[in-house]
Design a protein around this ligand. Structure first.
Ligand SMILES: [Zn+2]
Length: 290
């Protein structure tokens, strides 16, 4: 479908950039796993040495979130710039103001954080959200068993360790969901920022390639009179375009790819009334999403 809509070149590029996103996502999910392992081992040794288990402070969560963000921004930057060359062979888009300043901004913010501890609010909130998952689940379990632990009840240390580690595991799998979803969020956000500045970009095509069009929000199917979004065209500046920029739900992997009238295939999409998002009723995004 992507090749049919976008043309061979652009579709091939999209599938390559999807692979890169997949790889980056997998890398950070496995980084989240490592972080979870460190936390769980730490909790274990604290309990075994007779202490109440404490989840690490915000620093390691902030470091994690910041590094993840930097790498996603870097990839989004690279693919956005390469893509403008693929979709317009005459390179008219490339003449529009250069943009990689986003990456420089993020690197600067990272240095500032290292020096002063100040961090952009969105990232600090995300780090706090992950830390909170561990804090809440571990403390809940600990509260329930700490009396027994102190009383030297038959619930031995090993049992408590097992329960606390299991709680940490649950927190870890939620943390991985955050990583997956935020990879999509950051990626699409940075690309939109870049394309929105380029006058040759008219709007976007919603693609659920990585999402395999599996959810009602992102499929191209219609159910109960409401359509999913795969294959619909969004105009730049339309409030819907910002509102429905992926992620659209937990673990969403959809993306918006730029459309330019310079590209004959894109021009056909732009001019096709039936393809426009605003001409369709879509399943509303999940309650309270973003
Ligand atoms: Zn989705």
């Amino acid at each position: 479908m992507a090749a049919f809509l976008l043309g061979e070149d652009h579709a091939r590029f999209m599938s390559k950039s999807s692979d890169l996103q997949d790889r980056l996502e997998q890398k950070w999910v496995s980084e989240a796993n490592k972080l979870g392992y460190i936390i769980a081992s730490d909790l274990e040794s604290q309990i075994m040495s007779g202490k109440s288990p404490r989840v690490p402070g915000k620093r390691i969560f902030r470091e994690f979130v910041f590094r993840h963000y930097m790498e996603v921004v870097e990839l989004a930057n690279d693919t956005a710039i390469a893509e403008t060359q693929v979709i317009d062979h005459e390179k008219r888009l490339a003449k529009s103001p250069r943009i990689p300043r986003k990456l420089a901004e993020v690197r600067k913010a990272y240095d500032i954080w290292k020096r002063t501890g100040r961090m952009p609010k969105g990232l600090a909130d995300q780090a706090a959200k992950i830390q909170d998952l561990y804090l809440k689940s571990v403390h809940k379990v600990w509260k329930r068993y700490s009396e027994d632990f102190r009383a030297g009840d038959e619930v031995g240390r090993f049992d408590i360790v097992k329960k606390v580690k299991k709680a940490a595991d649950v927190a870890n799998s939620r943390a991985k969901n955050i990583v997956r979803t935020e990879t999509t969020n950051h990626y699409n956000e940075v690309r939109a920022e870049i394309y929105d500045q380029n006058e040759g970009i008219w709007g976007y095509l919603f693609l659920a390639i990585r999402d395999h069009a599996t959810t009602k929000w992102c499929t191209d199917k219609t159910k109960g009179g409401k359509r999913g979004r795969h294959g619909l065209v969004y105009k730049k500046g339309d409030p819907l375009t910002t509102k429905e920029r992926p992620s659209c739900h937990w673990n969403c992997r959809s993306e918006m790819t730029p459309l330019t009238p310079y590209n004959p295939r894109h021009k056909r999409l732009i001019e096709n009334d039936f393809m426009q998002r605003r001409n369709h009723t879509c399943h509303p995004l999940p309650e309270g999403w973003r």
